[in-house]
Design a protein around this ligand. Structure first.
Ligand SMILES: NC(=O)c1ccc[n+]([C@@H]2O[C@H](COP(=O)([O-])OP(=O)(O)OC[C@H]3O[C@@H](n4cnc5c(N)ncnc54)[C@H](OP(=O)(O)O)[C@@H]3O)[C@@H](O)[C@H]2O)c1
Length: 337
């Protein structure tokens, strides 16, 4: 195996959240898209933390928090990092909206931690699916967004903060109209929304709205998730890392096009969480935010590449009679409620 050169974690910029907490601008994704087993992903976490990563994006549904927890314990025991030096995110899955505190406690037990740095509501719907299903699979009990129910989830999220089990809370896959309702009714404002963002799906309206109201954006699928599950692929989908503009910028900087996507995201004020279990790939994703930034012209050229091409459409979360577009409130109205 090639020797992996480390990145000094102090050189990795941090994004300051509205409450003063600071999150490292690049995190390691841990969803293996059904392609990698739990041990392989946990070993990637080990190498990543030993080599300078300080931010790990976990979730109960990824099914690997126990394996990651075992690795974290070993990293603490060997003295590689202290708990306070790491930023660990987890998420409550859609099947646990009625038992958020119990779900958080399970993630804490699996990860072997006393508190999480960030806990997210993974999706604003209680609709779920079994592992590895096809795009046609539907939860027969699937429901549209019901704000009253979401607020019950959020009250439990707030209680987790009060109890000191979670330092920060946030949302994921939210839209502007849903966020407006949450802001109206919450006691603790979310610090972030985790959402799909890459050069072909930049979400400028939602991103700018979040910026205005002081909520940061964690960007998932920052490379365009080229190996995502088949259920998340449609014939119209494009491939950001094959975009000729991205490829030309990559060539100029002597890096892979994926690295250009990460540089763009970080320089644009997002917090990208790229996934890879391959050390040369995940370390290039971290190192790239510490050196050789994109020029203003390159940033402007990437801004023009937006194709409004959402990859994670969420078909499997739709309720009877709904299409995946109904999940995203593009016309500013919440559907089905
Ligand atoms: N909140 C949500 O609803 C949500 C949804 C989706 C994802 N996420 C989170 O976001 C993370 C990232 O999303 P994702 O994994 O779907 O997409 P991604 O990070 O855009 O893409 C990952 C793929 O890109 C390749 N890649 C990464 N870095 C590379 C590099 N430097 N050079 C070449 N190829 C590179 C990897 O290839 P190899 O396989 O060859 O390593 C991997 O298959 C997930 O792991 C998860 O933590 C959250």
């Amino acid at each position: 195996m090639n020797k992996i050169s480390s990145v000094d974690p102090n050189k990795v910029p941090k994004v300051k959240l509205y409450n003063g907490a600071e999150i490292p601008v690049v995190g390691l994704g841990t969803f293996g898209s059904d392609n990698y087993d739990n041990e392989t992903i946990a070993e990637a976490v080990r190498t990543a933390v030993r080599s300078g990563y300080r931010h790990i994006d976990c979730a109960a549904i990824y099914g690997n928090e126990k394996e990651i927890g075992r690795v974290l314990k070993e990293l603490f025991d060997e003295g590689t990092v202290t708990r306070d030096e790491l930023w660990i995110t987890s998420k409550v899955w859609n099947d646990s909206h009625g038992r958020v505190i119990a779900a958080a406690e399970q993630s804490l037990a699996d990860l072997g931690l006393e508190s999480l740095d960030l806990y997210l509501v993974h999706w604003p719907f209680p609709n779920h699916h079994a592992k590895g299903v096809t795009v046609d699979s539907r939860d027969p009990h699937a429901m549209p967004y019901i704000h009253e129910n979401y607020m019950k989830v959020w009250r439990e999220m707030e209680a987790l903060v009060d109890a000191g089990k979670v330092r920060n809370i946030g949302t994921s896959n939210m839209t502007r109209p849903k966020m407006e309702l949450l802001l109206r009714d919450c006691r603790i404002k979310p610090v972030v929304n985790e959402m799909e963002m890459h050069p072909h799906f930049q979400q400028p309206e939602l991103f700018n709205y979040l910026k205005e109201i002081g909520i940061a954006a964690i960007g998932f699928c920052p490379v365009g998730s080229p190996n995502r599950p088949e259920r998340d692929k449609t014939p119209e989908d494009t491939v950001p890392i094959e975009d000729p503009v991205i490829a030309a910028i990559a060539e100029k900087h002597g890096v892979h096009p994926a690295v250009v996507c990460i540089k763009w995201a970080a320089q644009n004020g997002q917090i990208p969480i790229p996934f890879s279990v391959k050390p040369e790939k995940f370390m290039s994703n971290l190192r790239c935010v510490t050196e050789d930034p994109l020029s203003a012209e390159e940033m402007a050229a990437i801004k023009k590449l937006d194709r409004r091409n959402r990859f994670i459409k969420g078909q499997v979360f739709t309720w009877e009679g709904a299409t995946w577009e109904d999940l995203w409130d593009e016309d500013g109205k919440i559907k089905g409620a």
